[in-house]
Design a protein around this ligand. Structure first.
Ligand code: GUN
Length: 283
């Protein structure tokens, strides 16, 4: 029987651990604060931001909310980031993406102080990760590593294949697997014979953005399969990048969609905010 990795349960455990550590800081008179900036009225972004604020409330983290109109100028947005960078009481700054087209996402996320970049998107933090130095790590790949570790799966010496090379998931995830001494291959749309490469994997991570792309033909017998995909079908149902029913009989462990990787992102965001405040407390 395959292990169905329960992201809902593991993310709750992490949020409970964060809540405990936040209360330890509070006893020392230190609060934890996340500033969330949302520009425009993208409905999906509004849902994500609402869920982030709810998680903050659960963990005892203060959230400051900045909801700006879609015609906000770059100058104004950068001014707000500068102001939040300066504030002693703000531990984390998150600018919800995507931004409206006239705003340069790179320029805005680069403006966030690396010490408050709880999304782990700043080039300084990406560089720290690639050099194996401490820094903020992008929340979804960090969440995937927590799922793997807390399920008792070892990475050391394993063949790890990541399908997808995005800056937010594929690339940082490959760095984290490498840091844990996995042998890592990153595949993408131009990879020759993707099926054959994927079939080598002991740990196969799918972050492609195509529903049910990974079938049993891609999976080695007994592999651990991590599904990062969140694709909403025409029927409104969520589907991963993995054809779950087809793959299930062949795996030793698998993450479902929903309830696998999805809930981990926000839990790790909470952890990053906490750790930012803990660093401030140590200074
Ligand atoms: N949009 C979709 N996912 C994310 C995320 O993890 N962080 C931010 N800032 N925006 C997002």
């Amino acid at each position: 029987m395959a292990l169905i990795i329960d992201g809902k349960k593991i993310s709750s455990e992490i949020k409970d651990e964060v809540r405990d550590r936040v209360s330890v800081l509070k006893e020392k008179g230190i609060s934890v604060t996340l500033a969330v900036i949302l520009v425009g009225d993208d409905p999906a972004s509004a849902v994500y931001v609402r869920n982030k604020k709810k998680a903050c409330e659960y963990c005892g983290i203060e959230s400051l909310s900045y909801e700006l109109p879609s015609d906000t100028s770059e100058e104004k947005l950068l001014g707000l980031v500068d102001e939040l960078n300066e504030r002693e009481d703000v531990d984390g700054i998150l600018v919800q993406l995507p931004l409206p087209g006239h705003l340069d996402e790179r320029k805005v996320t680069d403006r966030i102080s690396p010490e408050k970049d709880v999304d782990g998107f700043h080039p300084v933090n990406v560089g720290r990760l690639s050099m194996g130095e401490p820094g903020f790590v992008s929340c979804t790949p960090q969440g995937i590593m927590e799922l793997i570790k807390r399920s008792g799966i070892t990475v050391e010496g394993k063949e790890c294949v990541v399908i997808g090379r995005s800056n937010i998931v594929g690339k940082p995830l490959s760095m984290l697997l490498l840091r844990e001494n996995g042998t890592v291959t990153v595949c993408h749309s131009r990879t020759a014979d993707l099926k054959a490469v994927a079939k080598r994997a002991d740990i196969l991570c799918a972050a492609i953005g195509k529903p049910c792309f990974v079938t049993s033909e891609y999976v080695k017998e007994g592999a651990c399969v991590i599904d990062v995909g969140i694709n909403r079908g025409e029927d409104g149902k969520l589907r991963g990048d993995v054809d779950y029913e087809d793959v299930l009989p062949h795996v030793s462990a698998i993450t479902p969609v929903p309830g696998g990787v999805g809930p981990m992102t926000i839990a790790c965001l909470m952890k990053n905010c906490l750790e930012s405040a803990e660093k401030k407390a140590d200074r």
